[in-house]
Ligand binder design. Structure first.
Ligand code: IPM
Ligand code: MG
Length: 360
């Protein structure tokens, strides 16, 4: 197979980690006779600097033409003072919306090789963490109208609208149930239906859609309780199904308790067209350009790109096995460094993974 990938390196450590991600997936794909070609496009702060817009029209076109999109990270203090519409984050939100990427999969996995890094008590870590947050990505307060800051009664009022249509809830519920079938067959839907009408509709639709997936166990938690259960007993979760805002928060929480935010990949997919694959961590401007970033989340996002975006499961498996092997060998970047292990920079870590891909 020959596939075309659009690279959105973005800001901060984005370019460094994407370089390593590209090297890894190229090597893995070629081991199975596939060829990948790449085209760069601008997004976020880099795009603002070049064109004044966080998401130039040309970037959307290049993404639409690609078989998959591989993104680094956006944002940084340089653009913090910009108005709401000219912030780097707007580029990320815009490309999600433009490509219709409603399903965001964020796995949080405590790899045995990194169990020592887990932030929770050893007895909790021993029970394991292997869950996926299925976050709805194109609705909710992120995109709901009306929104804005308005004058009312002599003072300013900030307004955002939490909106979900039945169809939007149903399609993301399906994504979660389908995914659960390939895992431990358990879905926990997270909402705030004791307070919010949006959540009441959410729960009703999830319960209704579940009738088509009776082989999957369905539970419900309010979001406050879910946040608490995630640190108290994360091993109880398999697939967490939730909306855009709650998913944003819970996925960061799930990621950080593994102790290695720099390790976690994500995938965003829609009904058709290219998916977008990006590490969960941000642009880390404080360490940008210093060869200190951990490229493994980008490389693992590359594995998700191969599997879900390009239909190359063997190359995806190989990439993931190579990452595990390199960790087992004792290689570490600064963020996951432990006594007795070997400290590597971003480039050296990427090279190690590629070497491993070529010989595994
Ligand atoms: C994420 C990020 C984004 C979000 C920001 C950068 C717009 O936090 O991908 O989780 O809120 O979705
Ligand atoms: Mg977030």
């Amino acid at each position: 197979m020959r596939k075309h990938i659009c690279l959105l390196e973005g800001d901060g450590i984005g370019p460094e980690i994407i370089t390593q991600g590209v090297a890894a997936i190229k090597a893995a794909a070629s081991r199975f006779g596939h060829e990948l070609d790449f085209e760069k496009a601008l997004i976020g702060g880099a795009a603002i600097d070049a064109s004044g817009e966080p998401l130039p029209a040309q970037t959307i076109e290049k993404c639409r033409r690609a078989d998959a999109v591989f993104l680094g990270a956006v944002g940084g203090p340089k653009w913090d003072a910009h108005s709401h519409d000219k912030r780097p984050e707007k580029g990320l939100l815009g490309i999600r919306k433009a490509l219709g990427l409603y399903a965001n999969l964020r796995p949080a996995l405590l790899m045995p090789e990194l169990a020592g890094a887990c932030l929770l008590k050893p007895e909790i870590a021993a029970a394991g963490i292997d869950l996926v947050v299925v976050r709805e990505l194109t609705g909710d307060v992120y995109f709901g109208e009306p929104r804005g800051i308005k004058e009312h009664g002599g003072e300013r009022v900030g307004l955002n609208s939490m909106v979900y249509t039945e169809g939007e809830v149903r399609r993301i519920a399906r994504t979660a149930f389908e995914l659960a079938r390939s895992r431990r067959r358990r879905v926990c839907s997270v909402d705030k239906s004791n307070v919010l009408e949006t959540s009441r509709l959410w729960r009703e639709v999830v319960v209704d859609e579940h009738k088509n997936y009776i082989d999957v166990e369905l539970a419900h938690l309010y979001v406050d309780n879910a946040a608490m259960q995630l640190v108290r007993a994360p091993s109880q979760f398999d697939v967490i199904l939730t909306g855009n805002l709650f998913g944003d928060i819970l996925s960061d929480e799930a990621a950080v308790i593994t102790g290695s935010l720099g390790m976690l990949p994500s995938a965003s997919t829609g009904a058709s067209g290219p998916g977008l694959f990006e590490p969960v961590h941000g642009s880390a401007p404080d360490i940008a350009g210093q060869d200190k970033a951990n490229p493994l989340a980008a490389i693992l996002s590359g594995a998700m790109l191969l599997r879900l975006g390009l239909g190359m499961p063997e190359a995806a498996d190989l990439t993931e096995r190579a990452v595990r092997a390199v960790l087992a060998e004792g290689c570490r970047t600064a963020d996951i460094m432990e006594p007795g292990k070997t400290l590597l920079g971003c480039v050296a870590m990427g090279q190690k993974v590629v070497e491993c891909i070529c010989k595994l």
